[in-house]
Write a protein that binds this ligand. Structure first.
Ligand code: DGP
Length: 113
């Protein structure tokens, strides 16, 4: 059997993470290499390699909904935050399992790259 990716291992409970949300479809946990005071990953439980491979799905709406809820819980919703999805090598994606970055807690740079 192919080795599972790190996020599948977190979903399976094999690798610890600091969870902020868990439901049947989606989990959210703190990024191990935070780029901002609040840096949370919102991740589908299903192994979808990237946003480019999502196809027709309501999942992206669910991921954004969870990110918004977690932003509220973290107390950053009013000040504002950024949601980022990297796709593929040149898009800066390192972990090949779809995830959404929720970043906030400081004034983020205006640059998109
Ligand atoms: P990306 O470049 O979009 O694929 O971002 C992957 C993020 O995943 C990166 O910010 C670091 C984070 N990350 C990688 N491995 C782990 C891990 O084992 N635990 C947690 N919490 N985060 C991880």
């Amino acid at each position: 059997m192919a080795e599972r990716c790190i996020f599948c291992r977190i979903v399976a409970g094999e690798v610890p993470a600091s969870f902020l949300h868990q439901d049947e479809e989606v989990i959210a946990f703190r990024d191990i290499e935070p780029q901002a005071p609040t840096h949370i990953l919102v991740v589908p439980k299903a192994h979808i390699p990237s946003i480019g491979e999502l196809g027709q799905s309501e999942l992206i709406g669910r991921l954004i909904q969870v990110a918004n809820q977690v932003a509220q819980k973290e107390g950053i919703a009013k000040a504002g935050y950024r949601l980022v999805i990297n796709c593929g090598r040149e898009g800066g994606q390192v972990v090949p399992h779809l995830h959404l970055h929720l970043l906030g807690g400081r004034k983020l740079s205006g640059s998109l790259g």
